[in-house]
Design a protein around this ligand. Structure first.
Ligand code: ZN
Length: 193
């Protein structure tokens, strides 16, 4: 059974992973929320709970390998791999190209699950999919903790997220928070990221 959205939101707030306020995002847009998944995953019980939700979804998918894009996906990927009892690796960016390094390999025909913490555009996952395809392995699915794509992320595989979280952003000119006169702050500028 899927974890209730309310319960997950409560955990995000309790761990200060989900902040509410008036934030200036790296895109230049403003948002009433800021989410930093790593803040949740620093607690083993929550890592276990959320990774467990993903692992449970794919427990009968005969996964043989878990792979995550560095850095965000590594912690959750490792826990999902541990729960499924399978080999677990990660890919990383060298300059701009997503690669397998450290002697990591994907075998031909291997049944692969991609695990990510947060999917926003799905770009990193798409690059990992290319690595799986290039190795002629079988992509079993993609699992993540939070889908923030507002429904736009789709992959050529079964896609599962523990939770979908809508992202509200505004252009500075039309930002209602600016209209209220509060200044937009960069996340982390007050010891919170
Ligand atoms: Zn604003």
């Amino acid at each position: 059974m899927k974890l209730p959205k309310d319960q997950i939101l409560e955990i995000f707030k309790e761990t200060h992973a989900l902040l509410e306020g008036h934030f200036l995002l790296t895109s230049g847009r403003h948002s009433p929320q800021y989410f930093q998944c790593a803040k949740v995953l620093q607690y083993p019980k929550y890592l276990h709970l959320l990774a467990g939700d993903i692992a449970k979804h794919f427990e009968y998918a005969e996964v043989e390998l878990v792979i995550s894009p560095a850095i965000g996906g590594i912690v959750v990927g490792t826990e999902v791999g541990r729960l499924l009892g399978v080999r677990t690796i990660f890919s990383e960016r060298e300059q701009t190209e997503m690669k397998l390094r450290r002697g990591f390999e994907i075998s031909k025909g291997e049944r692969v699950l991609i695990v990510e913490d947060v999917v926003t555009t799905g770009g990193s996952v798409d690059e990992v999919i290319q690595l799986v395809r290039k190795a002629e392995a079988t992509l079993v699915g993609v699992g993540c903790i939070v889908d923030r794509s507002n429904g736009s992320a789709s992959f050529d595989a079964k896609f599962y997220s523990a939770m979908e979280m809508e992202v509200l952003t505004y252009q500075p000119e039309t930002c209602p928070l600016c209209a209220q006169g509060t200044p937009a702050v960069k996340p982390g500028s007050r010891n919170n990221s």
